[in-house]
Write a protein that binds this ligand. Sequence first.
Ligand SMILES: Cc1cc2nc3c(=O)[nH]c(=O)nc-3n(C[C@H](O)[C@H](O)[C@H](O)COP(=O)(O)OP(=O)(O)OC[C@H]3O[C@@H](n4cnc5c(N)ncnc54)[C@H](O)[C@@H]3O)c2cc1C
Length: 431
Amino acid sequence: MAFGSNVLSSNASFDPYWWRAAPHEQKQPVAAPSRTDVAIVGSGITGLVAAIHLARGGRQVTVFEAKEPGHGASTRNAGYVGRTLKHGFGEIMEKEGLDKAKAVYGELMDAFVAVKDTVEQEDIQCHYKQQGRLLLATSTTMYDAMAREFALREKHLGESFATVDRAGQHDEISTDHYFGGVKIEDHAGLHPGLYHQGLLDAARDAGVVICAFTPVLGFRKEAEGFTVFVKGAKVQARDVIVATNGYGGREWPWLQRRIMPFHAYQTVSAPLGENRVKSLLPGGRTYIDWNFNVDWMREAPGDPTRIIFGGLTGEIDADLRVMAERLHLRLLRVFPDLADLQFDHMWTGKCAGTFDINPKIGCHDGIHYAGGYCFAGVPMGTLFGQKLAKRILGQSGGESVFDSEPPTKFFYRGNAWFVPHAIKWLSRGDR
Ligand SMILES: Cc1cc2nc3c(=O)[nH]c(=O)nc-3n(C[C@H](O)[C@H](O)[C@H](O)COP(=O)(O)OP(=O)(O)OC[C@H]3O[C@@H](n4cnc5c(N)ncnc54)[C@H](O)[C@@H]3O)c2cc1C
């Protein structure tokens, strides 16, 4: 299929589909206060969860957001809630020992539980559902490797799974493209726009001041606390949290040298009809392959007539129409019958990675930060937001196995031009 064909519907939007149910606020900016106990940069999951817990712990909290609340990846993602890390349990066990592997994957479980608890405690209506995930193999070698990895997790972590062979996969997904996979029954999915909206409401209810359209330009350390330079004002803050993940920049060059932003792309189909979606994805799971550079798909939460499809992580193309064509071609490999499919939404968002491909939480020069989630920011951002708050409140539970300084490279100043090449290199084992 040539580029330029009609994969986008006539009224297609380049905004995330999630913004339909949770429209972004375009309110007048709230004036920045001259003082605050805690200044938080970024109004995504990480920043808001930290803000809620700090405010409930008695701190006066101000969240500064460069654009509208939730502008970043927190309202652009796929809503997969699992225990995801690019380093497998077996790999960590081999390199760093069983105890380390258990500690790392134990924290992934804490993050997974943190989302469930947050949704329940804040009563967030965001279609949270433990619908199970099917991880799909793109070769027989991969299928065998997956079975070995998940057997280790079952043995050492007690996390159950089931292998699904190539014939059996048709009960879950109507394709021969994959070579079977692994099913994890308790993994969840949610609607990212509504999850974020629920956090924003909870933060405001707790008394957090949200200063949208107020970019932070930099910080100066003072004898006590910090001066935070925001557009048009200076704010005195006792503590500062930077929660900018893939959207940060020159406001903090130290972090900018350690975090690599990269794009990922996502679409939602025009309505296909409930029966057609059911016939494509009869298992009703969240689906993702086990490649380094993943494709993923699921029924749209709250609308069983549409499917969500995403991928092309790390690719750069300013023209989302071209990326829509490319995603469609990838989708056709899975479902050749969808040649007539059109997308109603096509959008992108920025993820962030670190040079050791681990999420990070820490404190440098007195400034707290968390990020570099490599695609797992829904659970990890929720957990790290809680941990950042505990650290500032002096409560136990703020420690993390991911608390180590993110490495940098001598040449890296924040222009991650090499990420698409690095992802291609790291994906060389994908089939
Ligand atoms: C297409 C896509 C699919 C994904 N799918 C999943 C998934 O299924 N599951 C999962 O767990 N993760 C997924 N992720 C990753 C996940 O969305 C992110 O890791 C997570 O949302 C990061 O949250 P955050 O709060 O740390 O940062 P963000 O939500 O990105 O928020 C950072 C905010 O900081 C603001 N900001 C930046 N600089 C400044 C400044 N100087 N002053 C003020 N504000 C500033 C930005 O405007 C932005 O709003 C996906 C990401 C993408 C792009």
